[in-house]
Write a protein that binds this ligand. Structure first.
Ligand code: C2E
Ligand code: CA
Ligand code: CA
Length: 552
């Protein structure tokens, strides 16, 4: 009877505790890892270690069923140190196997923080496995923070002194969030979508969305990175991204997985870093570009011409986030949106173009004004192979964070224009090279203004300015046309002004009276009025019959 009486007085946690203690001692607990991703770049940026009880007969048991009981009976600190030991041993193994690692978050119970010697035990474990602090993050829940701000404050300082980063877990679960954020020096905030449950039924833009947007904006003012957890669907992640939070943990990407599965995840992923919340500049709302039914999004998709949103990182990386349909047609080549998003525009530019583009980006950041830049790019499409196109981009900064900048880019394909200009330049370069070679001087005379534009050689050898006014008198005064032919040359211009189509003669030119064949061809407008005359002077052999040097 007494035994029965005693057993009937036992509480449920007591029963569990009797099972938990031996379970902890015999090592039935394991750490699972839930990966965290940057939703924009799809890079793996960290993971959270979550304890699981591997029961010999009942299988895997989630912490929801035993953590509270362990907290109540004081077993939780032993469990947390046990999990930390497993995590450090795992990180050590990965480092030894040359597997690139991301920081792993370990959960601390509020109980741990007031256990004497807890931080020494924590350090002892880390040092035993020689794990650098940067691979560990410690999570403390907001409710823990709410209970005794001073204890948490001291704990966070202590952990900082030991070189750890500390995350506030479950932000938004209690009522004290704001004051806690103000008082305690956390490094990372974790926002649990669970606590914003209206999010699930409503479309993200509605009530829950507004709360999330407001919370994210508030956190962005602190300049702290934010990880959204409990993210189950694409819409949630897209919405979070649109309001500036790119760091995502949740079933959308992965459930918590065992060590071996996580090792494969590490090996198969691009690794990245936690990114701070994007803060918006000016009145432009980059978030609005992602949700389908905003005015910005509609303008972007249908009226903006070719346009894209991209992120530019301090390390020089650039990533396209969204392009509209006209962006694709502007590039040509029947490119798919996927092909374009996958390609880094900078990768298609040669060094000189890249420098110009990055310079324009930096100018746009500095001036907060739109900046235009023309660049040639190599474009590859699965349909049409390779092409070389010139793109005029108007860059405008719309958002920034500590590590990156969000840009709106309007583009126009200017390949045809550029090719035409290039052809003209080539022709004029060839012409001037030929004229140098043949020692030709040439110039352009404008009838209406009596202005003359000389060739490079005229400028160099005869010291003429790029634009000669009051022609030919100014050239006669400069001695290029000696006095004895001055009147004849003036007469030629009177004839050109009157509409003579061609003129030609061999005349002594310059102070040295060297023989040159001078030719003029006049160009007329649609009404037959003379507009311009093209002059040239080619050296004539001094013994030419058409030239008799006049004695001075
Ligand atoms: P938590 O620290 O907030 O961990 C996140 C919980 O959300 C985990 O539950 C995770 O499995 C779950 N979760 C992740 N993604 C999603 C999702 O998309 N949807 C939903 N509905 N849930 C998601 P889990 O593993 O059952 O852990 C529950 C809690 O137990 C943790 O909440 C944490 O407070 C505590 N816990 C877990 N491991 C430890 C530990 O080693 N020590 C201590 N003291 N507490 C731990
Ligand atoms: Ca946690
Ligand atoms: Ca949490």
């Amino acid at each position: 009877m007494p035994t029965e009486e005693k057993s009937s007085q036992m509480t449920a946690p007591d029963v569990i505790v009797e099972m938990l203690r031996p379970a902890l001692e015999s090592g039935q607990f394991v750490a699972f890892y839930q990966p965290q991703y940057n939703h924009t770049t799809q890079r793996l940026i960290g993971a959270e270690a979550l304890v699981r009880w591997r029961h010999p007969t009942k299988g895997i048991i989630a912490p929801g069923l035993f953590i509270q009981a362990m907290e109540q009976c004081g077993l939780v600190t032993g469990l947390d140190l046990y999990v930390l030991d497993k995590v450090c041993s795992f990180i050590r193994r990965c480092l030894d196997d040359n597997i690139r690692m991301v920081p792993i978050s370990v959960n601390l119970s509020r109980r741990d923080l007031s256990v004497p010697g807890f931080f020494d035990s924590l350090e002892e474990i880390r040092q035993r496995y020689e794990v650098p602090q940067k691979y560990l993050r410690l999570e403390i829940t907001e409710s823990a923070a709410g209970s005794d701000t001073e204890t948490i404050c001291n704990a966070v300082s202590c952990l900082h002194a030991l070189g750890y980063q500390v995350a506030m877990d479950d932000f938004g679960s209690g009522f004290s969030s704001l004051s806690v954020l103000k008082d305690i020096d956390f490094d990372i905030i974790k926002l649990d979508m669970k606590f914003l449950s209206s999010e699930r039924e409503d479309a993200p833009q509605h009530r829950g969305g507004t709360i999330v947007a407001a919370v994210v904006r508030m956190i962005s003012w602190l300049g702290l990175p934010l990880i959204a957890e409990g993210v189950e669907c694409r819409e949630q992640a897209d919405f979070l991204q649109s309001v500036g939070c790119q760091n995502i943990q949740g079933y959308l990407y992965s459930t918590p997985v065992d060590e071996e599965t996580f090792v494969n995840e590490l090996k198969g992923s691009h690794l990245g870093e936690l990114s701070p919340v994007l803060s918006l500049v000016d009145h432009l709302d980059p978030g609005a570009f992602w949700s389908e039914d905003t005015l910005e999004s509609m303008l972007f998709s249908h009226f903006a011409g070719g346009a894209a949103l991209f992120e530019y990182y301090w390390n020089g990386d650039l990533e396209l986030l969204r392009v509209n349909p006209k962006y694709l047609t502007e590039l040509g080549m029947n490119l798919s949106e996927e092909e374009v998003l996958r390609s880094n525009p900078l990768a298609g530019m040669d060094q000189k173009e890249k420098i110009a583009y990055v310079k324009a980006i930096e100018q746009a950041i500095k001036t907060k004004q739109s900046v235009d830049v023309d660049t040639w790019r190599n474009i590859t499409s699965s349909n049409c192979g390779e092409d070389h196109v010139a793109i005029r981009t108007t860059l405008r900064l719309v958002g920034s964070s500590r590590g990156s900048f969000l840009f709106y880019a309007a583009i126009r394909n200017v390949t045809a224009e550029k090719l035409y200009i290039r052809q003209m330049e080539d022709a004029s370069r060839r012409f001037s090279a030929a004229s140098e070679h043949l020692k030709i001087f040439y110039w352009e005379y404008t009838v209406a203004t009596h202005e003359m534009r000389p060739c490079a050689r005229c400028m160099r050898e005869l010291g003429m300015p790029p634009l000669v006014t009051n022609y030919p008198d100014s050239a006669i005064q400069a001695g290029i046309f000696p006095p004895e032919i001055a009147e004849q040359y003036r007469e030629w211009h009177r004839q050109i002004d009157a509409g003579v189509p061609r003129l030609e003669a061999v005349l002594p030119l310059t102070k040295d009276r060297l023989p040159y064949r001078i030719r003029y061809t006049t160009e007329f407008d649609d009404y037959g009025h003379p507009v311009r005359a093209y002059g040239s002077a080619t050296p004539e052999p001094t013994d030419s019959p058409s030239f008799q040097k006049t004695d001075e």
